[in-house]
Design a protein around this ligand. Sequence first.
Ligand SMILES: NC(=O)c1ccc[n+]([C@@H]2O[C@H](COP(=O)([O-])OP(=O)(O)OC[C@H]3O[C@@H](n4cnc5c(N)ncnc54)[C@H](O)[C@@H]3O)[C@@H](O)[C@H]2O)c1
Length: 251
Amino acid sequence: MAGELDGRHALVTGGASGIGLECARALAGAGAAVTLVDVSAEAVAARAAELGGGARGIAADVTDEAQVEAAVRAAVEASGPLHAAVNSAGTGTFGKVTDLPADEWRRIIDLNLTGVFLSLKHEALHMADGGSIVNLASLNARQPGIGFAAYCASKAGVEMLTKCAAMDLGPRRVRVNAVAPGLIDTPLTAGLMGTEVERDYLDNIPLGRTGTTGDVAALVLFLASDASAWMTGDLLFVDGGAHTMRYPRMA
Ligand SMILES: NC(=O)c1ccc[n+]([C@@H]2O[C@H](COP(=O)([O-])OP(=O)(O)OC[C@H]3O[C@@H](n4cnc5c(N)ncnc54)[C@H](O)[C@@H]3O)[C@@H](O)[C@H]2O)c1
């Protein structure tokens, strides 16, 4: 709703693309001053300029604690304490457990899980009491897939990190929730669209379509706003009901 985040400051990691960018648009549309954080300096500056309304872009790699700390500090110096944060930086990989190189396992855990930990740690340190943190988990936090061990394990970790952080930050009324999208059309998943994999997804989605970034941003906006003031430590699916069925074959 327009105006519900007036006077508030929201930071979005992975904000230069896909779900993070759409969340930033939704938060800005509700009146928040928005800071985008992303690994590409050029992309984050361009997307912030497009957003307008004083949106700021800061380049940082969420797997590097010094960079995350500096980015959050710079955001707060420019636009004041955080009231909301969305942790969307992440990526995927494929490989059965017998084929997956250990370095690839570490890369995914480092970005998808440790990156969320480092982000929420420094966001919480600079967040006003009563603020809200939303982490991008996935349908795969709960639903396993063949050849998907690293991604699924990283997202299951995000769910438990979310619950523990909610307990740690509850005394300050800082809420921490996670969203669990099903297949959403973004640059990350563009290679799956129109393939057998997408068709197998569609056969396993009760609502019969893949999701849009807007489907996810609507839920994130709800969790960032006071409309969800008594919700914390939760994981909410936004997946057309896919969690009720089986995960598609990726190979
Ligand atoms: N697209 C889907 O179907 C889907 C489904 C469930 C969950 N998710 C999750 O949603 C999140 C966003 O996915 P998306 O589809 O929008 O992907 P995307 O690739 O469009 O956007 C991800 C963004 O994260 C940034 N990023 C990557 N590594 C980074 C790093 N080290 N530091 C800072 N930024 C970094 C990228 O530059 C990019 O802008 C991810 O965590 C993903 O796992 C996506």
